[in-house]
Design a binder for this molecule. Sequence first.
Ligand code: ADP
Ligand code: 5GP
Length: 207
Amino acid sequence: MKRKGILIVVSGFSGAGKGTLVKKLVERYDNYALSISATTRQPRPGEEDGREYFFLKKEQFEQKIAENGLIEYACYCDNYYGTPREYVEQQLSEGRDVILEIEIQGALRIKEQYDDALLLFVMPPSAAELRRRLVGRGTEPEEVIEKRMRRAAEEAQGIGAYEYIVVNDDLETCVGQLHEIILAAHNTPVRNREFIENIRTELEGEK
Ligand code: ADP
Ligand code: 5GP
């Protein structure tokens, strides 16, 4: 039976550790493909175009939307972020699990289009630790940190839409847990419709 790839959405408050976790997951295990998003935000020091994000001007981003080149997009803290369509569709068709590290509005858009998508939410151990990580990362000025903390309080209202939460306390433990959840998710009926349907047909033939 050919393994089917699924879309794995990883969301979480800014600073919870999604980027760090997903990078480790992709390094440690085969069969994951990490989607690179497009954004209109400025690159952080050390970020490269085409590696962390495709950094676009607002007009370029709007052009992508107009061409239906994104499977979802959202506005987050004054910038556009979106998932390019082509890479995702290609990797899924090759049987890979595609990881989208995206915020909650995008996650909901994905679930509407792909009902077998797996929605995971990364939690920090506490709000104080979240703030420590955001400050410690040192990539945003004070007012952006405050904006992201306020956005986290809003996002916390939407966690019920996700299938699993994972608490990113010890990084290594959390990476292992994410992988196990994904393995188990492959065995749910909703993600094996075709296989189940085939067995049903075979059973009918055996009657
Ligand atoms: P996000 O992608 O969710 O915004 P990052 O992956 O950039 O978050 O992580 C935010 C900060 O927290 C980074 O400085 C990162 O090194 C740190 N971090 C991530 N995971 C952990 C962890 N389990 N324990 C302590 N620090 C962590
Ligand atoms: P950051 O600016 O910290 O890299 O990302 C800000 C937020 O945008 C994070 O919650 C991140 O998950 C989300 N994000 C990144 N790429 C995408 C995307 O393609 N679509 C959506 N909807 N959100 C994204």
